[in-house]
Write a protein that binds this ligand. Structure first.
Ligand SMILES: [Zn+2]
Length: 508
């Protein structure tokens, strides 16, 4: 399934419940972010570092804070103003006028793709607001004065207008009359040398809210938090009862958080999400855990120990807590290999006249040969000849011996044009095994990738361990069928199954 394989490209860190503190993995960020009051802005030109100065597009930031921005094309002048303050800056001049008094900006405003960029630090100084550059995550934070109050959550969700566009600047226009540019007060020749500090880094006052959580939801085998801005999760696992605790400092609920928070303020900002179809996860509780610094807490309640992986994709704004069945720590694993059909039930008839039951048994016997000398795996076959154990017999065998894995091998039949390899699972605790085995199977068959599918086949539904059903290809298809009977394909499929078993049991 494409949506699962794409996760392989995200950096992951395996974490186990028994290890206590966990650390989040963060994906590499390609484009610097601009975050105003915890909301990620979408400027056409992202922040950029020039000569040690963090430069940000002035219009998108200040307009979102309620300032009026004007650009005088002739004078090459940008004016940012509100009722009490006026900041006037000129392109390629490092002197600005704040309420009429000259101030050096350290570096002159620059134009990039019709957007005027100014130093982040000057923006903070001139408007008397808090700004911060986090070089680790390449994000510029701006806090409008109304938002330095930790209790303030009144943040607009509206998309910014025009991504930082400053007027219309025809490229290459150089005929503005220089005599209209305000006098320089002689400052231009007396600028200090390039500052020795690395730009506007003001970490002394940590931001109160860097990110807003928009949604918490449960997907098969994962709890997903959608967010805007930035979150830096701190993850802990606790016992009695078993639970995974995800703290998000400097974060708050979005005003439109889903599922909706209680309307009655007396009930506080909290809620829970019940989960009914996971073997370990029973619910997700969430609350505003602390006010200063503002911290959200998400608790995953478990009814048994379970492994998890944290994936924080800062590009898509998605924090995933992927749940994984723990692999028991033991020296001998029991694996049931089920050759589908047999005896009186021949299964699908191939277009060459061969029966599916023959193919299934050939594959299972080849896997058996490959694993014969591995004393860490006890392989149990539901049939080793042309016999027909009932589906109940197969299920009962696997459950009664406490098998660790169950694999049923089949080949398919449908319309003549239908072809390809697919892997089935029924229960959530089988999905990761299905994904693993399917990726190996598709490589081994070389046939069309039909993905991992969920279906309620009896042998994988009523068994209790991770259980999958493989459909190697279509005996009814003229492309698949001749290949399925070649020793080369059969050997590759058997090797894939043996490998998948070892990988799932973490034996290779
Ligand atoms: Zn079959």
């Amino acid at each position: 399934m494409k949506k699962w394989t794409s996760l392989l490209f995200v950096a992951i860190v395996m974490l186990f419940l028994s290890t206590g503190m966990a650390h989040a993995a963060t994906t590499v960020q390609l484009k610097p972010k601009l975050i105003l009051d915890g909301k990620t802005l979408q400027p056409k030109v992202p922040p950029v570092i020039i000569d040690n100065f963090v430069m940000v597009p002035v219009r998108i930031v200040t307009e979102n804070m309620g300032y009026t921005v004007n650009y005088d094309n002739k004078k090459k002048q940008v004016t940012v103003s509100d009722d009490s303050t006026e900041v006037r800056m000129t392109l390629n001049k490092a002197t600005a006028y704040v309420d009429g008094s000259a101030q050096t900006m350290g570096i002159s405003p620059q134009i990039k793709s019709n957007n005027v960029l100014i130093p982040l630090r000057f923006l903070g100084d001139s408007l008397d607001i808090q700004v911060m550059w986090d070089n680790r995550i390449k994000a510029a934070f701006v806090y409008s004065s109304g938002n330095t109050n930790p209790g303030n959550t009144d943040v607009s969700d509206t998309k910014p207008p025009e991504g930082g566009m400053i007027g219309n600047l025809p490229g290459g226009q150089g005929n503005g009359s220089d005599d209209t540019v305000p006098p320089e007060d002689g400052m231009i020749g007396n600028l200090p040398d390039k500052p020795t500090d690395p730009g506007p880094v003001l970490p002394s006052v940590p931001p109160q809210v860097a990110g807003h959580i928009q949604e918490v939801r449960y997907e098969p085998e994962a709890v997903v938090l959608k967010y805007d801005g930035l979150v830096t999760p701190s993850v802990t696992s606790l016992d009695f009862p078993k639970r995974v605790v995800v703290d998000l400092p400097s974060a708050d609920f979005n005003t439109n958080f889903l599922p909706a928070l209680p309307a009655d303020p007396a009930l506080g900002k909290q809620g829970e999400l019940l989960v009914s179809d996971h073997p370990a996860l029973t619910k997700v509780r969430y609350s505003l855990y602390a006010d200063n610094p503002r911290t959200l807490r998400f608790v995953l309640d478990l009814n048994q120990p379970w492994d998890y992986t944290i994936l924080n994709n800062t590009t898509t704004g998605e924090l995933r807590i992927e749940l994984k069945q723990p692999v028991p720590d033991k020296s001998l694993f029991t694996v049931v290999l089920d050759a589908g059909h047999g005896g009186s039930d021949p299964g699908a008839r191939g277009i060459s006249g061969h029966w599916e039951k023959e193919f299934n048994l050939i594959i299972v016997r080849k896997v058996q040969a490959l694993l014969a000398n591995d004393d860490r795996i006890k392989l149990v076959l539901t049939r080793s000849g042309d016999t027909y154990p009932s589906l109940d017999d197969r299920v009962n065998l696997a459950n009664s011996i406490g098998a660790d894995l169950f694999i049923s091998v089949h080949a398919n039949s449908y319309y003549a044009s239908t072809n390809g390899t697919e892997t089935y699972y029924t229960r959530a605790n089988s999905l990761s095994f299905a994904k693993l085995m399917h990726s190996l199977m598709v490589q081994a068959t070389g046939l069309k990738d039909n993905g991992v599918r969920q279906a309620g086949f009896k042998v994988i539904k009523y068994t209790t361990m991770p259980a999958i059903l493989l459909e190697a290809g279509y005996l009814s298809n003229k492309v698949d069928e001749p290949r399925l009977w070649t020793a080369a394909l059969q050997d590759r499929v058997a090797a894939a199954i043996a490998n998948g078993i070892k990988q799932q049991l973490k034996l290779s």
